[in-house]
Design a protein. Structure first.
Length: 268
């Protein structure tokens, strides 16, 4: 293996560069804003106030902004692998990958994460680190993309690549099963674990518009085993046509499904 070859499931350098590019040029954040609202709404059901908060994978800062005016919060520390995203935020900021949590034991009352943990290859290891940085009776509240996210786009791309190129490149990250998440939280030391899923459907003019927005979110393919050459124009055109044919709506737009897995657990 060469020194520059990425190791493991994800190419973390590519993921960081995707986020840097999105932060500097397009900054699409509609999904992160929606998920941030749903995360913070869940805090309304918690009879506890949180003073020190870690925003893990801050992206455009949607979660931090949603928390900013809540009572009792004194400090929010935002982390992200992208310095370009963090440069646009105020307050305490730390450049960090979610797989390496660089804080001392019992530093936070609340760890909240909006759409970052699906980029973690070792989810149990990350959960153990997050439990470590929580104070006694601290709360982990996180949202991550589930396995049925973008099933329409994945289907169209797979069929188009097979038809045009005779094979398909890796495009889909392994997904954690909802049925296993509560057990995983329990196994990594969290008490009263809860996991549930919600689906958000967004419509777009066409598949190319969807892919542009994914690029603007920094959510494009960063698998270590991905094909490095750009997709052929004929493959892209066939994928767009297949998407519209299979999933198109009566008004000519296409739907895109995002499955959001929500994780809740308490530090004992």
């Amino acid at each position: 293996m060469t020194p520059n070859e990425p190791l493991g499931l994800f190419d973390h350098r590519a993921w960081r560069l995707h986020r840097d590019r999105a932060a500097r040029w397009t900054r699409v954040d509609f999904l992160h804003l929606e998920v941030a609202d749903r995360l913070v709404e869940r805090l309304d059901d918690v009879n506890r106030r949180f003073r020190d908060v870690l925003d893990l994978g801050a992206h455009t800062g949607a979660v931090s902004a949603a928390l900013a005016h809540r009572p009792a919060i004194e400090r929010i520390v935002a982390t992200d692998p992208s310095l370009a995203y963090l440069a646009r935020l105020d307050g305490a900021r730390v450049v960090a990958d979610p797989e390496l949590v660089p804080f001392g034991d019992r530093s936070f009352d609340l760890v909240i994460s909006g759409l970052a943990l699906h980029w973690v290859a070792d989810l149990p290891g990350t959960l153990i680190q997050l439990r470590r940085v929580l104070k006694s009776e601290g709360l982990l509240l996180a949202a991550m993309l589930g396995g049925s996210t973008l099933v329409e786009l994945r289907t169209a791309l797979l069929e188009a690549e097979v038809a045009e190129e005779g094979g398909a490149s890796p495009r889909v990250s392994p997904a954690t099963d909802l049925a296993d998440i509560a057990a995983l939280l329990l196994r990594t030391g969290f008490a009263m674990p809860v996991a549930d899923a919600e689906k958000i459907t967004v419509t777009f003019p066409d598949a190319l518009a969807l892919m542009r927005d994914l690029r603007g979110m920094g959510e494009t393919n960063a698998l270590a085993g991905r094909r490095r050459q750009p997709m052929r124009r004929a493959t892209l055109a066939r994928a767009a046509a297949l998407y519209a044919e299979r999933f198109g709506l009566p008004d000519g737009r296409i739907p895109a499904t995002f499955e959001i897995l929500f994780l809740t657990g308490w530090a004992p």
